[in-house]
Design a binder for this molecule. Structure first.
Ligand code: IFM
Length: 466
């Protein structure tokens, strides 16, 4: 059955500064924690970095042409904080501002709505040197940065997203250390959780202060779709514990102005939460024009029979504290190149549940996509004489857009979908070994090569239907 999306549904593609821009030493940009992390031996699978990435800093006009061919009406990108505030004195770097003004103007020219993410993981290194996200000061500096962005870019931006996936910043950055700054310390991870929440609230306030109440502010969370393997009280309790630390630590404060008391109880051996100050919860809970949801795969969980041993193959092992009672089963079915399962029905369920719980908050899928081991074939009819036939990515895309449509049929208020990613790019600790793009990047010459998934996405966007 065909599902027709509403006329005002937003189709877009997404990227993030450090993953695509390159030009890390240009126009006064300071080092970020990812530059430092990439330089440390053993951190990045292929020993690479975002030094050149997709050279989007210079090639954005070409990439906007790609977006026009895709027919998308929105582009979700992030601003590199170290380009805007390169030094600890807080001075704004006009050359950094100018770059994004050029990008925003080019998007406006192309009639593509900018969805601007303020923070997609590239913390200025000088702020990590002063304590990073575990320090309250970083949240305050983030508010200053947000205010500078709102002042400089104003109504050129359609939607302001404060943070991308604070889960990753807190738990991968400070929990299991698989991301920059590479710290393994649950106390720091939990402090980071709270200061990211606070940063979100302060940044939302700054945007509304500068641009008025109608300015659209959102946040993007990678909410975990945890599924209990049975209805037993034990397995349900395991799911609840995983949900608490993956989802509720952000949803509770940001949308309800509270932490579930079980979060502090379950971590009382680690920390006493005295860093949560009077007034913080009111600050964190700000009106949201949309809640961004990033979805890739699901987790099947049950009550652990015993404390699990470290499993090197599990990308998130040990990232979150207080998970001893949770056992995550190995993923099943056809796995993507990331080793992640495919369960589109879990996306439907997640969206329906969120809309029931927060009926006044529209949802936007700000990332969804899959990595596969692509091969390039010659095709004289295509730009750059080549094409990637990627049936697995096409199938994933179809199934997940259909799953989103199912959620909308069941009443979920979803207003947009952004394919991750416009381009193959720097996949963090996995370097360039994983390709998520619906357009391929040949890193030897920066040529963009169409994939079938990009062509299929253009069809969906044009039809506004699945
Ligand atoms: O590439 C990342 C992105 O930066 C954040 N969300 C998940 C993607 C795939 O791992």
């Amino acid at each position: 059955m065909t599902f027709q999306f509403p006329n005002d549904f937003t189709w877009g593609t997404a990227t993030a500064a450090y993953q695509v821009e390159g030009a890390i030493e240009e126009d006064g940009r300071a080092p970020s924690i990812w530059d430092t992390f990439c330089a440390q031996p053993g951190r990045i699978a292929d020993k690479s970095s975002g030094k050149e990435a997709c050279d989007e800093y210079h090639r954005y006009p070409e990439d906007i042409e790609l977006m026009k061919k895709l027919g998308v009406r929105a582009y979700r990108f992030s601003v590199a904080w170290p380009r805007i505030v390169p030094s600890a004195d807080g001075k704004i770097n006009q050359r950094g501002i100018d770059h994004y003004l050029r990008l925003l103007d080019a998007l406006r020219e192309a009639d593509i709505k900018p969805v601007l993410t303020m923070y997609h993981w590239d913390l200025p290194q000088y702020l990590q040197d002063q304590g990073g996200w575990p320090s309250r000061e970083t949240a305050l500096r983030f508010a200053d940065y947000a205010q500078a962005l709102a002042r400089a870019f104003g109504d050129r931006v359609d939607t302001w997203t404060t943070l991308n996936e604070p889960w990753c910043t807190a738990y991968l950055g400070y929990g299991n250390g698989s991301h920059a700054p590479g710290i393994q310390d649950y106390e720091q991870a939990l402090k980071a959780v709270h200061h990211l929440n606070l940063a979100h609230g302060l940044a939302a306030q700054a945007v509304h202060h500068e641009l008025g109440d109608d300015a659209k502010v959102s946040v993007t969370l990678n909410l975990a779709a945890n599924i209990a393997v049975s209805d037993s009280a034990d397995d349900i309790a395991a799911k609840r514990r995983a949900d608490l630390f993956a989802n509720e630590v952000f949803l509770g404060p940001m949308l309800e102005g509270r932490y579930d008391p079980e979060i502090a109880e379950a971590t009382s051996d680690i920390i006493d939460w005295d860093f949560v100050r009077d007034g913080d919860m009111e600050t964190i809970r700000q009106p949201l024009a949309a809640l961004g949801v990033n979805y890739y795969s699901s987790n099947h969980v049950r009550r652990a029979a015993s404390v699990p041993e470290a499993d090197e193959d599990d990308r998130h092992f040990g990232a979150m504290p207080a998970q001893q009672m949770v056992e995550t089963l190995p993923p099943e079915g056809q796995l993507t190149a990331m080793g992640w399962n495919q369960e589109p029905a879990a996306l439907t369920q997640l969206l329906v549940e969120l809309s029931k719980r927060f009926p006044d908050t529209p949802l936007m899928i700000t990332e969804n996509g899959s990595a596969w081991d692509d091969t390039v074939e010659a095709d004289a009819s295509m730009p750059n004489g080549a094409i990637v036939h990627d049936p697995d990515r096409v199938a994933y895309l179809n199934a997940h857009i259909r799953a989103m449509a199912d959620a909308m049929e069941a009443g979920a208020n979803v207003i947009g979908y952004f394919a991750w990613s416009l381009l193959d790019n720097f996949e963090w600790a996995l370097g360039y070994t994983k390709r998520f793009g619906i357009v391929r990047v040949d890193y030897s010459n920066q040529q963009r090569i169409w994939k079938d998934s990009g062509l299929r996405y253009a069809q969906i966007v044009k039809a506004n239907a699945i």
